[in-house]
Design a protein around this ligand. Structure first.
Ligand code: HEC
Length: 117
C-alpha cells in the first residue's frame, strides 16, 4: 500500500522485515491470522488486540497521518520497544518469531532517533 510506513519512509529492508515480523499482525491491514484464531477465547483475545492495536497505530495508513501524529507515534514506538511493552508479551509467547533481540531493538531505536532529527 502506498501509504504504508515502510514505503513512505523508505525504511531499510532489515528494519522493515523486523516490523513486519513483530508488529504488522496487529498494526497493519495485513494480519496473518494464526491457527488459534478460531479457538476461543484465544481468537477472541487476538481479535481484540488487533482491533485496538490498529486503532492506535496502523502502519498501512501511516502516510495519511499528519506530521505531528507521525512524530508522536514514532516516539511512542520507541518507548514501547524500550520498555519491552511491544510486541505484546501474550502474543510473543505464542509467536516466538515476534521476539526482538536487543540488537534488533537497538536497530529500530537508532533508526527512529535518526528520523526524528
Ligand atoms: C498482539 C497484537 C500486537 C502486536 C504484535 C504489537 N502490538 Fe502494539 N499495540 C497493541 C495493542 C492492543 C495496543 C493498544 C493497547 C496498549 O497500548 O497496550 C498497542 C499499542 C501500541 C502503541 C501505542 C500507540 C499510541 O497511540 O501511543 C505503539 C507505539 C505500538 N503498539 C507499537 C508496536 C510495535 C512497534 C510493535 C512491534 C515491535 C507492536 N506494537 C506489536 C497490540 C499489538
Amino acid at each position: 500500500m502506498a501509504t504504508d510506513f515502510i514505503k513512505t519512509h523508505e525504511v531499510p529492508t532489515q528494519i522493515g522485515n523486523i516490523l513486519r515480523r513483530a508488529c504488522y499482525d496487529c498494526h497493519s491491514n495485513n494480519t496473518e491470522y494464526p491457527w488459534y484464531s478460531s479457538i476461543q477465547p484465544l481468537g477472541w483475545l487476538l481479535n481484540k488486540h488487533i482491533k485496538e492495536g490498529k486503532k492506535k497505530l496502523n502502519f498501512s495508513e501511516f502516510g495519511t497521518y499528519s506530521e505531528r501524529k507521525q512524530i508522536s507515534k514514532l516516539k511512542s514506538m520507541k518507548n514501547q520497544i524500550e520498555q519491552n511493552k511491544m510486541p505484546l508479551p501474550f502474543y510473543s509467547m505464542v509467536h516466538k518469531k515476534s521476539l526482538l533481540t536487543s540488537e534488533e531493538k537497538n536497530l529500530i531505536i537508532t533508526y527512529i532517533n535518526n528520523l526524528a532529527q
